[in-house]
Design a protein around this ligand. Structure first.
Ligand SMILES: NC(=O)N[C@@H](CC(=O)O)C(=O)O
Ligand SMILES: [Zn+2]
Ligand SMILES: [Zn+2]
Length: 378
């Protein structure tokens, strides 16, 4: 629902309430407020220890639920570890006024057993299993080296348990150009996997190319889906080098050229149910980003909703935002949609330069910039 309210201000855009259409209206003195069902984040890194305590509230105060990535050190490869990590997250939130629900994941390895998958389902806190090809991204060194040779029994049990496989979709072959790794993964791993196990539910995480968009669109709805990050909707690879090397814009899969960004924007703003919100918010201590070998990952939790709204607004598709942020994800996972509402106010707010904690600081996406669409609970 989109409503307008008066504020002394400059000309602004107005969207017809409940009509789903977009109108450009000269409306001096009018600012907007958008009311949507509370979103969930279907791809989130919360880390552990001090970093967990620093970042968790940024997600918990906006999102109802989040799929929590298991790439800790050591990784979350067992249900027992997932349950204990779940408890640490809730402990880190103690005293804060939130009913945030972490949905845990298991880190798939060559050794994951069908029994472990059963335990995961029985635990009631694990909702998915994550495939990191070994060496593809941050903390993926313990990931899968032989998916078809070693993991099929576990994957078959996931089908029995109706548990989706979440995929970091890049090949790791150093011979393959880094900008082609997602496309090659689709051809050499994902297509054969789906052919072999057509009943397996798969989420292609953080899609970055038109190849991924086309692939996901060609699959059966409800069987294969994709998450999309704020950075891959807003930025292209030029921004990595704009005015010098920009380590805080480096993530994996790396940003791609503008034509790919446009394909992602048009897919998510078309209302296609196969695409939903997954921030991939991935905090790293500032020193480890601004380094001679900087790590991959963008901390976007504080700005994600503002950026998603900005991108949907840019193409006149704010009426499609709520399905992307709040409906398509739970529908795919077979979970109820959130009933609580959140509002986004079209008012300028400044993103902090960084967030400090005892032993360091983290620089968020769009640090120091002015954004609009400030989230708040009515
Ligand atoms: N996206 C990233 O660049 N980094 C993520 C891992 C991942 O999601 O691939 C991280 O954990 O830092
Ligand atoms: Zn990833
Ligand atoms: Zn991630």
């Amino acid at each position: 629902m989109i409503k307008s309210f008066a504020l002394p201000s400059k000309p602004s855009r107005l969207y017809g309430p409940n009509t789903g259409d977009y109108k450009r209206v000269k409306s001096f003195g009018v600012r907007m407020e958008l009311s949507i069902a509370q979103p969930d984040d279907w791809h989130l890194h919360l880390r552990d220890g001090e970093l967990l305590k620093t970042v968790v509230s940024h997600s918990a105060k906006q999102f109802g639920r989040a799929i929590i990535m298991p790439n800790l050190r050591p990784p979350i490869t067992t249900t027992a570890a997932a349950v204990s990590y779940h408890d640490s997250i809730l402990k880190a939130l103690q005293g804060s006024n939130t009913d945030f629900t972490p949905l845990m994941t298991l880190y798939l390895t060559d050794k994951t057993t069908p029994h472990e998958i059963k335990l995961a389902r029985e635990s009631g806190v694990v909702y998915a299993v994550k495939l990191y090809p070994a060496g593809a991204t941050t903390n993926s060194q313990d990931g899968v080296t032989d998916l078809f040779g070693k993991c099929v029994p576990a994957l078959e049990e996931m089908i029995n348990q109706n548990m989706p496989l979440l995929v970091h979709g890049e090949v790791t072959d150093p011979e393959v150009d880094i900008f082609d790794r997602e496309r090659v993964f689709i051809e050499t791993v994902l297509k054969p996997l789906i052919q072999k196990l057509p009943k397996l539910k798969v989420v292609m995480e953080h899609v970055t190319t038109m190849d991924a968009i086309k692939f996901v669109e060609s699959c059966e709805e409800g069987s294969v889906a994709a998450t999309v990050t704020p950075q891959h909707l807003l930025l292209n690879r030029n921004s990595l080098f704009q005015g010098g090397l920009q380590p805080h814009k480096y993530c994996l899969p790396v940003l791609k050229r503008e034509t790919h960004r446009q394909a992602i924007v048009s897919a998510v703003t078309s209302g296609n149910k196969r695409f939903f919100l997954g921030t991939d918010s991935a905090p790293h201590e500032r020193r480890t980003k601004e380094s001679s070998c900087g790590c991959a990952g963008i901390f976007n939790a504080p700005v994600a909703l503002s950026i998603y709204a900005k991108v949907f607004e840019q193409v006149g598709a704010l009426d499609k935002l709520e399905a992307f942020t709040s409906f398509n994800g739970p529908d795919f996972y077979g979970l109820p949609r959130n009933t609580k509402k959140i509002s986004l106010k079209k008012t300028a707010w400044k993103v902090p330069e960084s967030y400090s904690y005892a032993s360091g600081s983290i620089v968020p996406m769009s640090a120091g910039q002015s954004l609009e669409w400030l989230p708040f609970f009515p």
